[in-house]
Design a protein around this ligand. Structure first.
Ligand SMILES: *[C@@H]1O[C@H](CO)[C@@H](O)[C@H](O)[C@H]1NC(C)=O
Length: 289
């Protein structure tokens, strides 16, 4: 009985909802996601009804809803909000509304499906891409790492901003390096985009990788993508440091070899002497008999 009533209720509810929403399935909020790299931010979703257009609105820190001019009555399933999400440090929410077919009827618009986006804060959430950098070997184990701050797609006074222009002092870089042919990695963080790595082994080749590091962010978004690896060749004519180790090693080997030769020689001589003595003894005894 109870299940019958539940089914009836479900049926009525479904019917009510179908009428209300023009027969369109609900808008799945979990299909709405932000994709943001280097402050270029687009909103993506899966429309519940591809034959309807949608319009996108956004709100800054829970304030009034404003329309995104380029995303009104669009049939795409994405909208670029890069230029709306300024100032960067605020929290933004978007609302994607399916438009009724006869766009002029406000009455039905209210009942059309819509979906809110998750909250988004460009300053905290935008992903930082892998950086490009150069390594200059200054000799004597010193290196200059020159990092190119990735460009954003935001222009200000005719200039394209870099992530450094926006993140300023909050932007650091993590530099990982290892001696060529060795797996032992070391890390250091650097606050500016030109880093000096000093005190490494002179004459050796090193490999470097760099990632943006924003310690003021929550753990999950602190690191940007890891760059490709850049290696230096080292100096093949550099022998000073190598020779100390090589010399000590060489001398040790020589001492060991000499010791072995001496030991073998001593043992052989003893055996030989003993052998001759025994022979003489036998000869003597045989003469006696
Ligand atoms: C770093 O590279 C840029 C160009 O990529 C150059 O203008 C600048 O002088 C370099 N800085 C250093 C310290 O090498």
């Amino acid at each position: 009985m109870a299940s019958g009533r539940a089914a009836l209720c479900l049926g009525v509810c479904m019917a009510a909802w179908m009428i209300a929403a023009d027969g369109i399935a609900p808008f799945k909020e979990e299909s709405v996601r932000w994709v943001s790299v280097d402050f270029k931010t687009t909103l993506h979703w899966v429309s519940p009804s591809p034959q309807h257009t949608v319009s996108v609105y956004y709100s800054r820190d829970g304030g009034d809803w404003e329309e995104v001019r380029d995303c009104i009555q669009i049939s795409e399933e994405e909208c670029d909000l890069t230029n709306q999400l300024i100032p960067y440090k605020w929290n933004y929410t978007a609302d994607i509304k399916v438009e009724s077919e006869d766009g002029d009827s406000d009455y039905t618009t209210e009942d059309m499906p819509h979906a809110y986006s998750p909250g988004f804060n460009p300053y905290r959430d935008t992903f930082i891409s892998a950086v490009e950098f150069t390594v200059e070997d200054k000799g004597a184990g010193n290196f200059i790492i020159n990092i190119t701050d990735p460009l954003t797609s935001i222009h200000e006074k005719g200039r394209q901003l870099t992530i450094r222009d926006i993140l300023k002092k909050d932007l650091q870089y993590k530099i990982s390096y290892n001696k060529a042919g060795s797996t032992g990695k070391r890390d250091l963080t650097w606050e500016s985009s030109v880093a000096e790595v000093t005190g490494l082994d002179a004459g050796q080749g090193y490999c470097f990788r760099v990632a943006a590091f924003i310690p003021s962010r929550p753990k999950k978004t602190q690191y940007g993508s890891l760059s490709l690896q850049q290696c230096t060749k080292g100096d093949p004519n550099f022998v000073q440091e190598l020779s100390v180790g090589a010399l000590v090693g060489g001398i040790l080997v020589l001492i060991v070899v000499l010791a072995i030769i001496a030991a073998v020689a001593v043992i052989c001589c003893r055996r030989k002497n003993k052998g001759t003595r025994t022979l003489q003894q036998t000869q003597q005894s045989s003469t006696v008999v």
